[in-house]
Structure formats: C-alpha cells, structure tokens
Design a protein around this ligand. Sequence first.
Ligand code: PT1
Length: 277
Amino acid sequence: MSFVSFGDKSLDLSRPHVMGILNVTPDSFSDGGAFTNLDKALLQTQRMIAEGASIIDVGGESTRPGAKPVSQQEELQRVVPVVEAIKQRFDTIVSVDTSTPEVMQESIKQGAGFINDVRALTREGALDVVCQSGLPVCLMHMQGAPSDMQRNPSYSSVCHDVFAFLLERAELCLSLGIDRKSIILDPGIGFGKKLDHNLALINNLRYLVDKGYEVLMGASRKSMIGDVLNVEVEHRMYGSMGVNASAYANGARLFRVHDVKAHWEMLELMYRIEREK
Ligand code: PT1
C-alpha cells in the first residue's frame, strides 16, 4: 500500500484511480458546456462518484487547442463556488484544474485536496501556494499556449525534452519541501504535440515511474484518438480506454477521464490481474 494524503482524504496509489472531469467552462471541447450551472455540475459529480471516481477535477479554463485565455476573476467565479458546493455535499477529493494562484488558494480554502496545473506551477506565486498547502500537485508539460500550441509542435527528442522538463519542475518542488509521493507527473497529451509525439510519450511513461514519481494520464476523447481512428469526439471512448490501458501497463496510476464507469471497470480488471502472482 502507498497512501498519499489529499487534504481530508487519502488514496492508495499502489492501485489505479479515476479522476472524473468536471468542466465548468462555457466552451469545453467534448461536453460542450453541458454543465455550466451549479445543479448540473453537482448531478455530474454525483454520477461520477457513483461510477467509481476517486477525484473530481474541476476546471474553469478551457485548455483544448485554440482555447482563449480566461480572466482571473472569471475563473474564480466559475470554479470556487463549485468546489465549495461539492465539498459540502460529497465525501470526495476535489482537484482544481488551474494555473492561477488565486484560484488555487480560494479553492484550497473550500476544501480542494489536489492542484492540477497544466503549466506545472510556472505562474508567479503558484509554487508558493502549493508549498504552503502541503497538498499533492500534478505537474503537466505543455509546449506553447493553448491558443497556438498545435500550430507546429516540434522537439529534438520528444521523450527527452518532455521528461527533462517534468523532472526539473519536480526537483524544484522537492527542493522546496514537497514530498516525492505528492508530486504527480503528466506528459500533457495533446498540449503542443503531434500524434507521433503523443504515442512515444505514452509508450515511454515507465521512465518517469522509475524515477519515483506517480504519473497521471489525460488522454480522454482527445484528438490523438481521432487521428488514429478517424472518429469524432463523441466516439472516442474505446480509443481512450486503449490509451489508458497502455498507460496503466506502463505505470500510470491516475486517469483523468470523461467516461468514468468504463475506465473504472477496465482498470479494476487490470489491477486485479496484476496483483495475482
Ligand atoms: C491533461 C489535461 C488537463 N487536459 C491534466 N490536466 C485537459 N493534468 C485539461 C485534444 O488534443 O491531459 N492533464 N486539463 C484538456 N486539454 C485538451 C488538450 C483537450 C488537447 C483536448 C485536446 O483534443
């Protein structure tokens, strides 16, 4: 067993966990802003918990390719009331998908237990907030910014470049006193990456696990699945499960997904098989 504390709850990261996606943006890429009001967000939360989610990931900034930046005030107004409402009603871990230190801080006050930052704590003040909180953090790699990251992604060696960046950010966190087991690394599927970049990163995830870090995979319904299968976003669940099964086999233990039940069942079988020596 390998328990990591996420605020008022802890998770055994020797087994897989599903992080259910809760977009509170009006322009989300796959559920089209279906859950912008609080009641809908709570219903979706309840459903994802019932389907096996260990963590609910609340995000108020769309980071899909082409997405426009959001103001700090707008992000605060979208995210914080939802974090508060979930923590009042459900016994679950709330993750906040943000790069903005003020959003991190206010969400932590409302009981958020995990900081998920697609910019790996590079915004001024973000490192401080996370260090002070003692909470686990997900550090993700992105090349460029969402508005233009898919224009012409290029690397001299994608695995080398991405893993070196993540390890450098992780070592900075370690040096500031964050526990190694509280640092979760994420290659950032679709964030300034072509198909072959994404595939190579997934195939080589074990490298990060061997360095002693937990790995999070966020590939649910993304373009890389459309690129391989030629299917639209609403038909990417089976492809997502293939990617995530491969990531599990390569050592990932946290899975950020839309289709919670399907992934929970797939991962539970993989875990049970792996345990029986
Ligand atoms: C992710 C992630 C995230 N992805 C983490 N947080 C998004 N830790 C938001 C596409 O190619 O992978 N890890 N938060 C959503 N962003 C995208 C990016 C959505 C690319 C779609 C694509 O389709």
